[in-house]
Design a protein around this ligand. Structure first.
Ligand code: GRF
Length: 196
């Protein structure tokens, strides 16, 4: 589908939702020009649910993929934005929404995939790590890369300060990637994303 025709976005989140908050802020400012129509959440304790309620965004608590698909269809969702969603989506799901699912990962992919990327990078002693926004494909933390930003690990950094630095970058990079998508600026061919 034409990226510029996206009307409705669903954000998927399982946790505190700081990226979701950054996306809500960008939408309010008019940087993200589409409707944040739905929050898909699988954790009743998630901070993201409170953020949705505060922003007047419909939220659904789900367990199974079939339920997710039903909600996506009901809300006429065109674009899915994963923001700390801790469930792995099936290959069938990913194929159904090919080119229409974005994810943010807190490392400079392809390094440090998985659920503990910031800690893994810190423990490995790297001097540079980063943030990646990518299209989702059938493999975990693997799809075509849209935007990346490096984050230096300073001499004085501890895990907490590195996490803070990474999240700060995430909160700028994700809205920017979504903006580019909605503006039709991303050309996806194979594993390459050209930005116009
Ligand atoms: C972020 O670090 C994101 O990169 C990863 O999960 C975390 C979610 O954090 N996929 P939050 O819930 O948005 O605060």
């Amino acid at each position: 589908m034409d990226q510029r025709k996206v009307k409705n976005i669903a954000v998927f989140a399982s946790g505190r939702g700081s990226n979701f908050a950054a996306i809500i802020k960008a939408a309010k400012k008019g940087k993200i020009k589409a409707n944040l129509a739905l929050l898909v959440c699988d954790n009743p304790q998630a901070g993201a649910l409170k953020l949705a309620a505060k922003a007047g965004i419909k939220a659904v608590l789900v367990k199974k993929e079939a339920e997710i698909i039903r909600h996506l269809e009901k809300s006429k969702i065109d674009l899915i934005v994963l923001a700390g969603f801790m469930r792995i989506l099936s290959a069938d799901f990913v194929r159904k929404y090919k080119g229409r699912i974005l994810n943010i990962h807190p490392s400079f992919l392809p390094f440090f995939k998985g659920a503990h990327a910031i800690k893994d990078a810190f423990d490995a002693g790297v001097k540079v790590t980063g943030v990646t926004v990518h299209f989702v494909d059938e493999k975990i933390d693997h799809g075509p890369i849209i935007l990346q930003q490096a984050v230096k690990v300073g001499k004085k950094d501890n895990l907490g300060s590195l996490e803070e630095k990474i999240h700060k970058v995430e909160h700028k990079l994700y809205p920017e990637a979504i903006r580019l998508y909605l503006a039709g600026k991303l050309n996806l061919k194979g594993r390459k994303v050209k930005i116009f």
